[in-house]
Design a protein around this ligand. Structure first.
Ligand SMILES: *Cc1c(COP(=O)(O)O)cnc(C)c1O
Length: 400
């Protein structure tokens, strides 16, 4: 039985009638830009973002871009971003003319390392963009304390963490802005590009709302240079169909991750990452990556007890030269989908080769060589998951 990395049809097929009805409703209304569908979707998102102002936007990327524009970040400014993330986090900083400064990440939770971020702050630093990678929140308590003490803005890239939380507080509600993506492979997937920008600051919300439509207020009078960052009415209508099912999608992802943990962690050569090794806590050496005594074949991801992890990705580390690529080939050879998120850190991207490097980024570089994500999507069946587990078991049974 083939096991894809993601199966959007398995999620959307049961909703086909409701999605077609939503399409018909928008078609008949003749209103394709903004309107009540977008307003209703934005209102429905408030409990998940924990923010009072929720703006539907054209993509997760545009949410980040709009946040930077609303904060007035531009040429001469520096913005600290994790070196290990999807490109958009840094690309948006470059697009507003500011300089992305790459900080290292934690080898356990994969997120921005607050101590390393602190070491990169200069008088030019204006903001930080922590990313809640793979569905688990970065250490926002430490990062917000750091931001406060240096007067920095914080934009949370919660593209992979819509509805994730830490001590019950939603991702995106800690910083000045939270940015979310509804790209089809995200936990809440639209039928195209879509995103959301959230804030609880009324003045920032007003500024972002204006810049979402070319800085226009009132009509044909432009207060600032914005863009067209609107959420399509049709996508809002589709997302309204899917949003009521979102808690069940999240629960299924969490059950799948737990099933992997239970089945895989007893295997010889497998360890689960230990939350006590987290580099975000008082900075300690990354024991797993540096201690020669610990040489596991695979390291399973861990959800910290204070976090609600929503498992956008279930990401293993496969230490040892060539081992990650060997596991990837092994799984693909058996019809099991898997992917490397991400094979290059941001400082390794061709477009950033002329950006002067501030610091070594050993963990980001290590992760780019070691990570591999397994299928964890909600509709993954138990027999499909058993196949993944058996294939991983066969891999670790053969000595490296
Ligand atoms: C997907 C993603 C984005 C961009 O979202 P789009 O909707 O695809 O533009 C930004 N940051 C991260 C971490 C992402 O995973």
């Amino acid at each position: 039985m083939p096991v894809p990395l993601l199966d959007v049809n398995a999620q959307n097929d049961p909703l086909a009638a409701a999605l077609e009805a939503a399409f018909q409703r928008v078609l008949r209304s003749g209103q394709f830009i903004m309107g009540p569908e977008v307003a209703a979707f934005e209102a429905d998102c408030a409990p998940l973002t924990g923010c009072t102002h929720n703006l539907g936007v054209s993509s997760g990327t545009d949410a980040i871009l709009l946040a930077l524009m609303a904060l007035g970040i531009g040429p001469g400014d520096e913005v600290i971003v994790p070196a290990f993330t999807f490109f958009a986090t840094a690309g948006c900083v470059s697009r507003v003319g500011a300089t992305p400064v790459f900080a290292d990440v934690c080898p356990i939770c994969f997120n921005l390392d607050p101590a390393h971020a602190a070491s990169l702050i200069t008088p030019r630093t204006k903001a930080m963009i922590p990313v809640h990678l793979f569905g688990q929140m970065a250490d926002m308590d430490a990062l917000m304390a750091l931001a406060k003490s240096h007067g920095l803005y914080v934009i949370e890239d919660a593209a992979q963490a819509f509805g994730a939380s830490s001590r019950g507080r939603p991702a995106g509600s800690f910083g000045h802005f939270g940015c979310y993506s509804f790209f089809p492979s995200k936990n809440l997937g639209a039928l195209g590009d879509a995103g959301l920008l959230a804030t609880s600051d009324p003045a920032l919300a007003e500024r972002a709302r204006m810049l979402r439509v070319h800085g226009m207020e009132p009509k044909y009078c432009h207060q600032g240079v914005g863009g067209n960052f609107r959420l399509d009415t049709l996508q809002a209508a589709f997302l309204r169909v899917k949003l009521p099912h979102y808690p069940s999608y999240t629960a299924a992802r969490q059950a799948n991750a737990e099933n992997y943990r239970v089945a895989l962690s007893p295997l010889p050569g497998l360890v689960q990452a230990d939350a006590r090794d987290c580099q975000c806590l008082p900075r300690q050496a990354a024991r797993l990556s540096q201690s020669p005594a610990a040489s596991p074949r695979l390291i399973l991801p861990v959800a910290y007890p204070q976090n609600e992890h929503i498992w956008n990705q279930y990401t293993l580390r496969v230490p040892g030269p060539g081992q990650r690529d060997a596991l990837k080939a092994h799984l693909l050879g058996q019809g099991i989908g898997c992917e490397i998120y991400y094979p290059l850190s941001l400082d390794q991207q061709p477009c950033y080769q002329n950006l002067p490097q501030r610091s070594d980024l050993p963990v980001a570089h290590l992760l780019a060589q070691e990570v591999l994500s397994l299928p964890v999507y909600p509709e993954l069946s138990r027999p499909q998951q058993d196949e993944v587990i058996a294939a991983v078991q066969r891999f670790v049974a053969v000595p490296a």
